[in-house]
Design a protein around this ligand. Structure first.
Ligand SMILES: *Cc1c(COP(=O)(O)O)cnc(C)c1O
Length: 364
């Protein structure tokens, strides 16, 4: 049985007719960028997260860098990010000229909260936390550290649509929650798309102005902004998918529960949520000291896997200017050497799940 790490086609065909009808409606409407679909999606997504405002943007990276920009963080400022995050998180900081300060992750893949305070100094302006793999971070501790040190809090929710900490949805704990709707995300568009959520009306307005060349009224530009508009087609298709996001998340949780219950191999470490956290399992990430041999073994059985991520941002060629070396962040680097994402997608059949479980259990 051939099993791919992800199957976006299944996510489409399940709702094919509704998605195709919506796409045709938008095409025939004659209005393609920032219109009623975007406005409705923003209202519906804000309501979904429990935030007051949502502003649609062109991508998750835009959500991150524009958030940092509008919180007035730039050259000379430091932002604490976790070492094992996706590199886009870090780019959201460095695109503004600010400096990323890496914090080691804990055993739940989130920021190790016991190590954050030693990284804070007068230049520290914000914590940018990533709910990696869809596993909510320890937001109670992170929020209280931010309050104590008067830091801004930005959440990278590109992988965590719907994940909660103590019943509150990720993206609503701090100043801004940043979302990506890249096709492979839990709430995926059919192209690039992103959004921010926040509770501050003035800040939400600044995002609206910034995304459209800094203009509120056409051709009256208040600030030097960007072109980061969400288009009607993506917004319309996202509205269709948002209706089913609860069901889609439950399906992922059921697969994760099966994996957790049935994968049983002393060579494999399973992911564990922090107390109070829920997971929406954007990825199901196991760890294995013989990871590369495991990949080959699974390949032979035609089970595809992905490493999220093989090179941590501090060692990326793109960031050699930061001057880090192997060994600087041992926990982060150990994760990069041992993590493996096994197949996890909506529409994964029971047989496919059983095949993956059995193969992993038979790895010697
Ligand atoms: C996907 C992702 C992003 C970037 O989102 P894009 O829409 O691809 O720009 C940022 N952070 C994390 C953690 C991601 O997974």
């Amino acid at each position: 049985m051939k099993i791919m790490p992800n199957r976006m086609d299944r996510g489409f065909y399940k709702y094919q007719s509704e998605l195709e009808t919506k796409a045709l409606d938008v095409l025939r409407s004659g209005w393609y960028v920032l219109g009623n679909e975007v406005k409705s999606f923003e209202e519906e997504f804000a309501a979904y997260t429990g935030a007051k405002y949502c502003v649609g943007l062109a991508s998750g990276l835009d959500a991150l860098w524009i958030a940092i920009r509008l919180l007035n963080i730039g050259v000379g400022d430091e932002v604490i990010v976790q070492g094992n995050t996706y590199i886009a998180t870090v780019m959201g900081v460095t695109m503004n000229g600010a400096t990323p300060v890496f914090c080691e992750p804990d055993e739940h893949f989130g920021m190790d909260t016991s190590k954050i305070e030693s990284l804070i100094n007068p230049k520290t302006k914000a914590i940018l936390v990533t709910h990696l793999y869809g596993m909510a971070s320890k937001m109670d501790e992170i929020v209280s550290i931010c309050k104590k040190h008067n830091l801004k809090l930005v959440e990278d929710c590109a992988q965590s649509h719907g994940a909660c900490f103590n019943g509150k949805m990720t993206g609503t704990f701090g100043d801004v929650g940043c979302f990506s709707f890249y096709p492979s995300k839990n709430l995926g568009a059919f192209g690039d798309a992103g959004a921010i959520v926040c509770n501050d009306e003035a800040l939400a307005n600044e995002f609206r102005i910034f995304r459209n060349y800094g203009s509120e009224k056409r051709y009256y530009n208040k600030v030097v902004g960007a072109n980061s508009r969400l288009d009607e087609l993506q917004a319309g298709l996202l509205r269709v998918r948002l209706k089913y996001l609860g069901d889609l998340t439950e399906e992922r949780i059921r697969i994760a529960e099966r994996y957790t219950k049935e994968i049983n191999n002393s060579k494999i470490v399973l992911p564990v949520l922090a107390p109070g956290a829920t997971g929406v399992w954007h990825q199901f990430v196991i760890r294995c000291e013989e990871r590369d041999r495991l990949i080959e073994y699974l390949n032979e059985k035609e089970i595809g896997t992905i490493i999220h991520y093989p090179i941590p941002p501090h060692l990326a060629e793109a960031y050699k200017n930061l001057g880090y070396h192997p060994g600087d962040f041992p926990v982060t680097e150990h994760y990069a050497d041992t993590v493996l994402s096994i197949p996890m997608y909506n529409g994964m059949t029971d047989e496919e799940q059983s095949y993956v479980i059995e193969a992993i259990n038979n790895f010697r």
